[in-house]
Ligand binder design. Structure first.
Ligand code: MIG
Length: 798
């Protein structure tokens, strides 16, 4: 039962006039004569929640998406009314609620201009087949409005003119227009007249979003059940919209630093000797790598939490030997539990009644890799607890460091719809429901349980989890990848779009299968994909293994050299990337920024898709085509330096940038101070004795940050971290850097190698902490110097 049209449908019902209003601190109720109630909750000055019921009573308020630590509180709240409307005013927003029909209009409190207004507004259709309502909302599209968000959709970054469906779906070899796809992230931002707002439709049923596709001037969203329940988030800066949405749905804690290294995967590396050959080759060829993955063949007949005795006779020893060589072992765990009375996980799940059941009582039986399986109901707290406990041996005893959750849409083979039938029952944390409601959060709850297991048994080290399916909020527990892509040039571009889109949907810790999962990349495509992949928060090569090899050395030596060169750049940039992760986890700052997020006031950015900002200050643009010697790209406004030749360019224009196969367009923002570690073959290989600081001159000011801690563990939560804030100020003949330090972590290094780029003057004198230093003492040469102590002030003069 899929609705192809939501607006013209004749069965639509609408709220009538408001007959009652009441207020309880920050919760306002508006009731209509036909039994509709709108509950408006003021969460923050710029965040309002709208919930509607058509039956005069709300469901129990429960959400898997909302983070219990989300910020709340506002500075100002005033409610007035006149003949036509109620007016709710906060310090950021003015909200009109029309008395005749409950329609909403939202204005910017600063200038009274419209941000977003209901077209038909809330309406619904009774669903005899499913029970309850199909709840709908339509908004008038504003002049020149653009739309972004919705998680992992492979479409053009700007969603305008398109319609989407959110229903987590196993989408092998998906394409640009595949929809629905693996994840369901019902959040988008609108941007018009320089202002941005967001809408998070927290409804886990199958949802639809239509961005001016059905009707040119209307944006609408609807769900096949549940309540109309959405959060309106005002910017006007898009970055603040994304940050507020991320605050609402949560961020992960810091991952172990190794998880930001390079990962190698294939379906599958086995037996043990093959795993060892691969890891040895990395070390032999000196290509940095931190993690090696075991796909489903490591198990005994695909039974989760078992090991194949033939292929992996002594996993504990193997995992230890890999660890001694710097490799963290990550293993796959699927949701399907093989029906097999000899298998303890199955027996226990059965005895304790932990598996999902059909409406009339039989177990939900489905075929996946192990054959016929039952599936834990991860929406039950006891089941999640049990699942977490199952990781004890794998993590605590064997020493596995990360777990990869696949097939958790949930995917089922050989059945229509490729998933559970709709009548399957779920506990939904004490709100029993059918699969229609639980489908989109099933994978999230599995990943959540997995995360808790890892956290418990890996303690005091930090856990690492990766999931395929997700709903809003899943980023609190796990990283993610985009699923089964294809080794084509178009897919390289799709990977770029998906990573950017996920970042602006609150889910930064994401990456694609580098090189493509299905089919075989040639060396050039693989190299170009690595170049992009090293600038994604999660960086892993993976392939289906049913074609040729897909390791960095699988092509010719020229390719191997390019791959090594770029992975080395990632390892040098680890402190920069880790700092971006810190800002994400602390302050909700997306780790990748699409150009529109970086500079929404420049309309040129609204349709750009290839260029993006890695962290806050590095601009990258992948090469998407074969045989390229470079490409045209847009440089956003401001001053930039070419990473390779340090030439300065002024942005706000398109230009050609050279990029032979061993290069790609990378620019650094003027004024940035980029921290660098020496190249290591894996995180922790070396004790860091010297920190590189690449300083890019700016005539003006720019701030940079560097966050560090013990790379793993939880001491940072007790203040044992080091946060350096760099304030750079440059003028025609001077450059001053001030450093403010916070936190009690003592870094392992006390030598700083400072590289000055783009100075418009010749250096005549240097002061460190206000004392002149002899240029020879700081080994001053080619605008580089070495400072052998912690310093707080550096002055370079011409
Ligand atoms: O039906 O575990 O997306 O990464 O290698 C295929 C085997 C199941 C799909 C995942 C892919 C993984 C594969 N899995």
């Amino acid at each position: 039962m899929i609705l192809n049209t939501e607006l013209e449908y004749k069965g639509n019902l609408f709220p009538s006039n408001i007959t009652k209003y009441s207020k309880d601190v920050d919760v306002l109720h508006f009731s209509t004569s036909n039994n509709v109630i709108l509950k408006l909750t003021v969460l923050r000055d710029s965040v309002l929640r709208f919930t509607y019921t058509t039956v005069g009573k709300f469901e129990r308020d429960f959400s898997y998406a909302i983070d219990e630590d989300a910020s709340r509180g506002y500075n100002h709240l005033e409610i007035t009314d006149d003949e036509e409307k109620y007016v709710v005013t906060t310090s950021k927003l003015i909200c009109h609620i029309h008395k005749s029909d409950l329609r909403i209009s939202l204005y910017d409190a600063a200038d009274n201009k419209i941000i977003c207004e209901d077209e038909l507004g809330f309406h619904w259709e009774e669903s005899y087949e499913l029970g309850g309502d199909i709840v709908k909302m339509s908004k008038a599209a504003q002049n020149g409005e653009s739309y972004y968000g919705l998680g992992d959709k492979p479409e053009h970054l700007n969603l305008k003119g398109r319609r989407f469906e959110n229903w987590a779906t196993d989408s092998y070899a998906f394409g640009k227009h595949t929809d629905p796809i693996y994840k369901a992230i019902p959040f988008y931002t609108g941007l018009h007249n320089g202002k941005s707002y967001g809408i998070f439709f927290d409804n886990t049923f199958r949802t639809y979003f239509d961005f001016c596709s059905e009707r040119r001037n209307v944006t609408s969203f609807w769900a096949q059940g549940g309540e109309m329940n959405y959060y309106f988030i005002y910017g006007p800066k898009m970055q603040d919209v994304v940050k507020n949405y991320t605050d609402l749905t949560g961020t992960p804690e810091l991952p172990p630093l190794w998880a930001l290294g390079y990962h190698q995967c294939k379906w599958s590396y086995y037996p043990e000797s093959n795993v060892k050959e691969i890891t040895a080759k990395f070390r032999e060829l000196q290509i940095p790598c931190d993690a090696i993955y075991l796909d489903i063949d490591y198990m005994e007949g695909f039974r989760c939490f078992t090991w194949s005795k033939d292929y992996f006779p002594d996993p504990k020893r193997m995992v230890k030997e890999l660890a001694d060589d710097g490799f963290k072992t990550v293993v796959i765990i699927d949701p399907g539990i093989k029906i097999d009375n000899e298998y303890s996980v199955f027996r226990e799940g059965l005895e304790k009644d932990y598996f999902c059941k059909r409406a009339d009582g039989p177990y939900m039986k489905g075929k996946v890799w192990p054959g016929e399986c039952y599936f834990p109901d991860f929406t039950r707290p006891e089941v999640r607890e049990w699942w977490a406990g199952l990781f004890k041996e794998l993590i605590e005893d064997i020493g596995v460091k990360g777990v990869w959750n696949d097939m958790n849409e949930p995917a089922v083979m050989d059945v229509p719809g490729k998933t559970f039938p709709p009548d399957v029952r779920h506990d939904y944390d004490g709100n029993p429901c059918s699969h229609n409601k639980a489908h989109n959060i099933y994978g999230m709850q599995m990943a959540r349980a997995t995360y808790h297991g890892l956290k418990r048994y890996n303690y005091p080290k930090r856990p690492f989890v990766i999931t395929r399916s997700a709903y809003s909020g899943t980023q609190r527990y796990t990283s993610t990848w985009m699923g089964d892509n294809v080794a084509t040039w178009e897919h390289l571009q799709i990977a770029n779009i998906q990573a950017q889109r996920l970042a602006l949907s609150g889910f930064s810790f994401a990456g694609s299968d580098i090189g493509g999962f299905a089919e075989q990349p040639n060396g050039e495509l693989y190299a170009r994909w690595i170049q992009l992949g090293v600038f994604h928060p999660f960086c892993r090569t993976h392939s289906s293994g049913d074609h040729g090899e897909q390791e960095p050395w699988a092509f010719d030596t020229e390719i191997t050299d390019v791959v090594r060169k770029f992975i080395e750049i990632r390892y040098q940039l680890l402190p920069y990337l880790y700092t971006a992760f810190y800002q994400y986890s602390q302050d909700n700052v997306p780790m990748l920024k699409s150009l529109v997020l970086f500079d929404q006031d420049d309309v040129q950015t609204h349709y750009r898709i290839d260029e993006f900002i890695f962290g806050n200050q590095i601009l990258v643009c992948p090469i998407n085509e074969p045989n390229a010697k470079g490409r045209r790209m847009y440089i956003p406004r401001g001053e930039w330096f070419n990473y390779w030749n340090k030439e300065q360019v002024s942005g706000g224009k398109e230009m050609w940038v050279d990029a032979d196969l061993d290069s790609m367009p990378i620019f650094v923002k003027a004024g940035a101070i980029i921290p660098k570690y020496p190249i290591q073959q894996y995180v922790g290989e070396k004790v860091i004795e010297e920190l590189g600081l690449d300083v890019y001159y700016k005539n003006g000011k720019e701030d940079s940050e560097l966050y560090e801690d013990a790379d793993d563990g939880y001491d940072y939560t007790k203040g044992r971290y080091s946060l350096k804030k760099f304030n750079l100020a440059g003028s025609e003949d001077k450059l001053i850097i001030r450093i403010h330090k916070r936190g009690q972590y003592v870094t392992t290094y006390n030598t700083f190698k400072v590289n000055l780029y783009g100075l418009p003057f010749e250096v005549k004198s240097i002061k460190v902490d206000n004392e002149y230093v002899d240029l020879a003492d700081v080994k001053f040469e080619n605008n580089s110097l070495v400072i052998s102590k912690e310093f707080t002030n550096l002055q370079i003069k011409g």
